[in-house]
Design a protein around this ligand. Structure first.
Ligand code: FAD
Length: 525
């Protein structure tokens, strides 16, 4: 029964968790672990999992559609034997092909998600005339990246001025000319399919370092036909019953009113929820687009942080053909357009052994400006452009029209407004802390609020957990990790009224979400 706002009969709960993506689920898990069972998760869509989202596509040999991931697709940075473990990989499960370290993973794995090792070295390079081997440029980039990354570490620890990643790479010896389109293609792909000019050197390198060095530089691609989100559904089922009244699906939050005493959440269907605390886990895109109104307006420091951080868009465009006309053993195919950087640049085969073998499915990824463009176009317009690229890459083949074609429009999804966040140049850790700090009883969690793992599922995982733990501790008049001087978190989160150009190294602590130490789970709740 909906609780109608106007009748003054809002559903009462202690903690309103707004959004049922990874962060919302781990926040609920943390509350449960701390014996706070009175929470309500409010989710826009008809399912939990958020940006871990799949859709049926094409057909297999029996005419049954494949399930294809529109959003998160890789577990990035799996973990090392005896070392730090990516919590998403821990959830993933046993059916993975990872060879060398099987024994270690046996004890760590849970839900048997099917994945396959993503080998970024298994790449062929192309230009407008077809195959053209410029793979040596990938090595040149890597050499420069190592130097730039070391420089980034010095900038961070010595509290020096940040720069964009393009300058950092140029100073380290990687400086692709605007007319060298093969180098431009390598530059785009190597810097996470984005433009280094739009990224902070320091936090871009730190983020990469923490995921790929702290965990490991192995990424696995998810192929499970139950969908990636099955692991989050399974996780939620350990504390939510079937039809649990604490999960409100198909419910769009439109207004959040907060006072010193509590929070009232109004939903589009006229229902409302009253809580002592709320945890907002909406994407940065949702917050930036004012899709939800706050009353009173969020303080200036919070609004600034929301607008200063960046939401990127990463759009995968899927094709199924009646044959695999590309080299089926190759995982990645990189295309350098002669005129436009970022033009249908990276093609990934799913027909390759270990993936959806013989599915004849391939997808191309476009980002930011080219994602916005594709998402504004009709399917037919985008298909035509992309097919022209495929015909340039494989001039010797007779390429048929696809039998299936599909892509998501992330910029237009009202529950996401983009794909994932990116750290822009010339902003500090203190600015980012303002994104994750609570505004009174309204708390924030999600991939974007993680300073170390922004953009990743594991960032969302840790941030949800942390917000849930902290609120539970406040409700129970205690500190999180009370016995640790290093990891102790008590009371509300700190925010910075005045932002300076850089953040001193002493700021890089758990209190500002610098999660390096938070893997040492000394938490007793
Ligand atoms: C295309 C793409 C590729 C990606 N690839 C990877 C990858 O390979 N590996 C990786 O680790 N990460 C990847 N990511 C990032 C990863 O998906 C996110 O970091 C993670 O899913 C974010 O979880 P979250 O809980 O912070 O946010 P979300 O998943 O966005 O959860 C927020 C929830 O809030 C709900 N919501 C929004 N507005 C409202 C409202 N008004 N009322 C009620 N509910 C609302 C949403 O429906 C959603 O369920 C990718 C993302 C995308 C889009």
């Amino acid at each position: 029964v909906p609780h109608q706002a106007q009748q003054g009969t809002c559903k009462k709960t202690k903690v309103a968790i707004l959004g049922g993506g990874v962060a919302g689920i781990t926040a609920a898990q943390a509350l449960t672990n701390a014996s706070v069972h009175d929470f309500t998760i409010i989710e826009y869509r008809d399912t939990i999992g958020g940006r871990a989202w799949h859709k049926p596509f094409g057909k297999d040999k029996d005419g049954k559609p494949y399930n294809i991931e529109m959003g998160a697709n890789w577990v990035q940075g799996l973990g090392n034997p005896g070392g730090a473990q990516n919590p998403i990989w821990v959830l993933v499960g046993l059916r993975n092909l990872f060879g060398r370290t099987q024994a270690y993973f046996k004890q760590a794995q849970k839900y048997g998600l099917k994945t396959h090792y993503s080998n970024y070295d298994n790449v062929s390079t192309y230009n407008k005339d077809g195959y053209s081997d410029y793979s040596h440029l990938l090595d040149l980039y890597e050499d420069a990246y190592d130097i730039a990354s070391q420089n980034a570490g010095e900038i961070l620890t010595q509290n020096l001025q940040d720069q964009n990643a393009k300058s950092g790479l140029a100073l380290a010896g990687w400086n692709p000319k605007p007319f060298d389109m093969e180098a431009q293609a390598v530059d785009w792909w190597s810097w996470g399919c984005l433009f280094p000019l739009e990224s902070s050197l320091v936090f871009g390198c730190a983020g990469d370092n923490l995921t790929s060095n702290y965990f490991s530089d192995h990424d696995n691609f998810v192929l499970d036909q139950r969908g990636f989100n099955i692991i989050f559904k399974k996780m939620a089922s350990t504390f939510l019953r079937k039809n649990d009244p604490r999960l409100l699906l198909n419910t769009q939050v439109t207004n959040i009113t907060y006072t010193d005493d509590g929070v009232t959440v109004l939903n589009k269907d006229g229902s409302c929820v009253e809580a002592d605390y709320a945890i907002v886990t909406f994407s940065l895109g949702v917050l930036q687009n004012d899709a939800v109104q706050f009353s009173p307006k969020l303080p200036d420091w919070k609004q600034e942080a929301i607008q200063k951080f960046t939401m990127g868009t990463y759009t995968k465009i899927f094709f199924q053909f009646n044959e695999t006309f590309w080299p089926s053993e190759t995982q990645y195919h990189l295309y350098a357009d002669p005129v436009t950087r970022g033009w249908y640049p990276i093609w990934q085969s799913l027909s390759t052994p270990g993936f959806l073998q013989d599915s004849n499915i391939i997808f191309v990824t476009v980002t930011n400006e080219f994602a916005y463009r594709a998402e504004r176009q009709t399917d037919e317009e985008t298909k035509k452009e992309a097919m022209e690229v495929l015909r340039k890459m494989f001039p010797e083949k007779e390429i048929p029209e696809p039998t299936a074609f599909m892509y998501p429009r992330w910029t237009q999804e009202p529950w996401a407004y983009g794909s994932y966040s990116n750290w822009p140049p010339a902003t500090s850790l203190e600015m980012h802390q303002n994104l994750r700090a609570n505004a009174g009883r309204v708390w924030f969690a999600g991939e974007a609020t993680s300073p170390t793992f922004f953009g990743f599922l594991h960032g969302a995982y840790f941030e949800g957990l942390d917000a849930g733990r902290q609120i539970a501790a406040i409700m129970q008049n205690r500190c999180v990790n009370a016995n640790s001087t290093k990891l102790r978190e008590c009371g509300p989160r700190k925010h910075y009224e005045t932002l300076h150009g850089t953040s001193p190294y002493s700021d890089y602590t758990i209190l500002n979400g610098w999660a390096v130490d938070s893997f040492i789970d000394t938490n007793s709740d």
